[in-house]
Design a binder for this molecule. Structure first.
Ligand SMILES: [Zn+2]
Ligand SMILES: [Zn+2]
Length: 239
């Protein structure tokens, strides 16, 4: 409630300004959105092309993701936008980002249909990649959680905090691809293990997919707790 009041006041004092050109009114104006590129969908297991983001049948894995939906290429204006949210605390921009991302996915129904069907299922819950508590306290928010809340708002669902990050891992960006899986191994713990056994489907939200090491590890923990199907959702993906 208090946050809402403060945000309202901040919006009045600092109206949304386009990250790309500075025009007032939105965080990415219509013209600058034209410079954002959609990204092709991939199988979250082998990272090869998958038209709809569903994992290949030959890539089946008990603890792996069922699919991955990412909308934008992580570069240019989208990179600036996500950077502003994460490091400059422009969390107000997440609502607009999710609304635009969702609009693109609905428009591109052929590609995103499996994800949208999964999202609209009454048995699907939304959760997010957690941050190490101390880091979250310093940043003041977890951008993955803020994106999850906005996705939940659009889909008229609740967000469940299901995981806790129990070790302060090195930032994934500083590591080589092969080091990333090892870095996040056993870094996550379940928060509500008994309740999770009754949850059939989960969408795991993060801001960016790079190698997917973090999301793969979180998915493994959720599935070990009894969740049957997990889709990943990230706003952007490193092409
Ligand atoms: Zn602009
Ligand atoms: Zn595959």
């Amino acid at each position: 409630m208090m946050g809402g009041v403060v945000n309202g006041v901040l919006d009045a004092v600092f109206p949304a300004v386009c990250i790309g050109c500075g025009e007032e009114g939105s965080y990415i104006c219509m013209r600058c959105e034209g410079f954002a590129s959609e990204v092709a969908l991939i199988c979250p297991l082998c990272s090869q092309s998958s038209l709809t983001g569903e994992r290949h049948s030959t890539c089946a894995s008990r603890y792996g993701l069922e699919g991955l939906a990412s909308c934008w290429e992580y570069e240019g204006i989208v990179k600036s936008l996500l950077h502003s949210i994460k490091y400059n605390g422009i969390t107000h921009a997440t609502g607009e980002t999710i609304a635009r991302t969702f609009a693109v996915m609905v428009q591109d129904g052929n590609r995103f249909n499996p994800f949208l069907l999964f999202l609209s299922s009454p048995n699907t819950s939304i959760t997010y990649v957690p941050m190490y508590r101390k880091k979250e306290r310093i940043r003041g928010f977890n951008q993955a959680e803020v994106f999850a809340k906005n996705l939940a708002k659009v889909a008229e669902k609740e967000v469940l905090g299901t995981l806790e990050k129990i070790s302060d891992t090195k930032p994934q960006v500083d590591l080589a691809k092969e080091e990333r899986l090892y870095n996040v191994k056993d870094a996550f713990l379940l928060l509500h293990a008994p309740e999770l056994r009754t949850i059939e489907k989960v969408i795991l939200v993060d801001d960016i997919w790079t190698t997917g090491a973090t999301m793969k590890e979180c998915c493994k923990v959720l599935k070990s707790a009894g969740v049957q199907q997990v889709w990943g959702f990230t706003v952007a993906r490193t092409p």
